[in-house]
Design a protein around this ligand. Structure first.
Ligand SMILES: CC(C)(COP(=O)(O)OP(=O)(O)OC[C@H]1O[C@@H](n2cnc3c(N)ncnc32)[C@H](O)[C@@H]1OP(=O)(O)O)[C@@H](O)C(=O)NCCC(=O)NCCS
Length: 199
């Protein structure tokens, strides 16, 4: 029996696993980068540590097998990343100029201000969503987005944005299907949705 519920601290290891197993354009990223921790350290763990109130999971027999990780106020999150998260991140992943996927992800992450997109007034929130393969294609993605939208509406947040990898064609189709539309500032893969949308 699978259902959607709020994140709890005991889900943290499952969140790590889901992120790693879906982190390479939706496919398993295990062994891809120099350190398997890198993707969860950027795209999942800071979210549940700094913004647990807008994180939701698909629970299967007590284990989180999918998640949506939202941040209601991207600008405030960027400030907290810079002050509370970046020092430890840079210590774990010292910056270098190498032209490798690992170095590129680490360089990107060391600039939290990349998230200060011009459309933040209309779309102050942002999100990450991932489901393990066995849960995909059954409506849980739609359910998670619906759950996050409702939580953001309660917080009077008007819109949410995200950016997906250009080679993640499936994710692009999913977001379009739910009504996300491309934002002017991105290269077509940065999309936004108002929280009063019916998904
Ligand atoms: C992308 C993802 C979150 C979508 O969640 P999901 O539970 O598989 O999608 P749903 O079953 O809720 O689908 C919702 C709608 O989107 C459509 N959709 C989903 N994937 C689609 C695809 N690849 N192509 C076309 N339509 C798609 C569904 O048909 C459905 O529409 P319908 O209800 O009218 O039939 C999920 O597949 C996933 O986690 N993938 C791997 C990780 C990933 O890529 N995450 C996104 C990173 S940016």
């Amino acid at each position: 029996m699978a259902d959607i519920r709020p994140y709890r601290a005991s889900d943290r290891d499952d969140i790590y696993e889901i992120c790693l197993k879906t982190g390479r354009s939706g496919q398993d990223a295990t062994g891809w980068l120099d350190d398997d921790d890198l993707l969860p350290d950027i795209y999942a763990l800071p979210y549940v540590d700094l913004a647990p109130e807008t994180a939701f999971v698909v629970d299967v027999d007590g284990r989180a097998r999918g998640y949506i990780l939202g941040v209601a106020d991207t600008a405030a999150f960027v400030e907290r990343l810079r002050s509370d998260w970046l020092p430890g991140f840079l210590e774990k992943y010292p910056p270098n100029d190498a032209d490798t996927p690992t170095a590129r992800f680490a360089r990107d992450a060391s600039r939290p201000e990349r998230m200060l997109i011009p459309e933040l007034t209309e779309f102050p929130a942002h999100l990450h969503i991932d489901l393990l393969p066995e849960l995909q294609g059954q409506g849980f993605g739609r359910g998670l987005v619906r759950t996050l939208l409702s939580s953001l509406r309660e917080r009077s947040v008007p819109g949410v944005w995200l950016e997906y990898g250009a080679d993640n064609v499936s994710a692009g189709a999913f977001y379009r299907r739910l009504g996300f539309t491309p934002l002017a500032s991105g290269a077509g893969t940065r999309v936004g949705l108002h929280t009063d949308a019916v998904v």
